[in-house]
Ligand binder design. Sequence first.
Ligand SMILES: [Ca+2]
Ligand SMILES: [Ca+2]
Ligand SMILES: [Ca+2]
Ligand SMILES: [Ca+2]
Length: 505
Amino acid sequence: MKAADATLKFDEIVLVEPGEPGSVFGSAEFFDYAVVEASKDGGATWRVLADGYDARAQAAWLARYNSSNDGANPPNSTATGIPSLYFTRTINMLANGNFVAGDEVVIRFRLFVDELVHGWGWAIDNLKIQIDETPPRVLHTHLDFLPANTLSVPLPFRVEDASGVASVEVDYTVNNANVTTSSFPVNPGGEYSFLLDLVGISAGDVLKYRIRATDNAGNQAALPSTDFLRVPLLALGSPLNQYVSDFNTTNTDFVGNFFSVSQPSGFSNGAIHSAHPYPVGFSTAANNASNFTFMLTQPITVSAANPNMVFDEVAIVEFNVASNTPKDFVVVEASKNNGNTWQELLPRYAANANSAWRSAATGSSSLYRPRLVNITQNNQFAAGDNILIRFRLNSDNATNAWGWAIDNLSIQGPITSIAEEPLEIAYSPNPVMEGLLTIELPANLGEGHIRFVNTQGQRISETAIQVGASGTSLQQDVRQWPTGLYVMQVSAGDRLITKKILVKN
Ligand SMILES: [Ca+2]
Ligand SMILES: [Ca+2]
Ligand SMILES: [Ca+2]
Ligand SMILES: [Ca+2]
């Protein structure tokens, strides 16, 4: 038995008398069963490789077993096996502790039949014993861009395979010229580093690379699984006061792998999209979490009067259902040192941030929700700073999801319209031009308050509310407020509902 890939894999049909409901293998009520066993003493004694099972192991087998009988008391099944009932079973032969690596064994399939009730039986096909079918795992913390004056950069990566690695290669090319392949001697420790020479490569050039590995059984892996990682050499543009895009036409203003400006099905026009689904993390960092980022390549000069970002988004990103908190997450970040370090502009979030996202498997236009981000609210950035802005999706080492879409981005741009959200709190008009905002509060909201905050994060007004069984409506006088965007926060009990209100006075 091998230390790694000690697997027994086969396709089977098991039309074998089911035990009593709930009975466990080894008990008298388990009745007939199929089991795979091994012997270290040439067949004198046998031990199971995994617990035995009967027709209950697949709902389709049980339904087929019960579909016809001979009318005896108790009845024997007369249903027969058909090829569509094949299911694959994989047994890790070391998992139950009866055997260890190095044991030399014979293996048998045993069908146990008691004295009452029988069925069609057992079929086994496509048997594979200790065949490695798992490709190597390639771990790498990928790059999304390099400063234009970079002369060389190391690309460290790891290659792991339980049955051993046979070959490791990096393919790379500049500006779609011929692909060069660099082969590495296999390192039993798994660590590699490719030193990328960038002499003669300048701003605007795009380096592309991928890492490939093959294991001793011939299984192949590539990172990324299709195409190449793209690394543009960037000379940052001159700072902008504002940036606005609806992404409905070709847009080359951003850089980042696993993101694109595109229009997948379900969307009525172009937007920023992560890969759908986004990959499971593959970095060399803790938990193999990868950061997929999409960065605006022109810096923004932070405004004193309007340091705000507004965009519509769909974020179907893995969250912890029990605690309703992010697991993978998305966040918007800024950097004032050309991307060396980044600060988060708001708390991290995932699909837990919106009830419609929580239950959705796939994004679509109807799931867009607006988001307002105040660039200065985390106190890391001040008016006059020149900052880079990026969207970051963090993916841990297990379980991915559909991903993130971002549309109608306005960074310090004029606010010309505000997308309507499905209303839990009704309010009108919006924009407010008559001086009075009417807010309808639903029945049984309870005790709480309505707070208005301006885009500098300052509280403009706060009103206590107490809403009983009949609901209520109230009016907010905004005639003295400067024209602009405000955030209305309605909080009651454990509920917090946030709406954007545009006031035009
Ligand atoms: Ca029986
Ligand atoms: Ca393998
Ligand atoms: Ca769009
Ligand atoms: Ca995950």
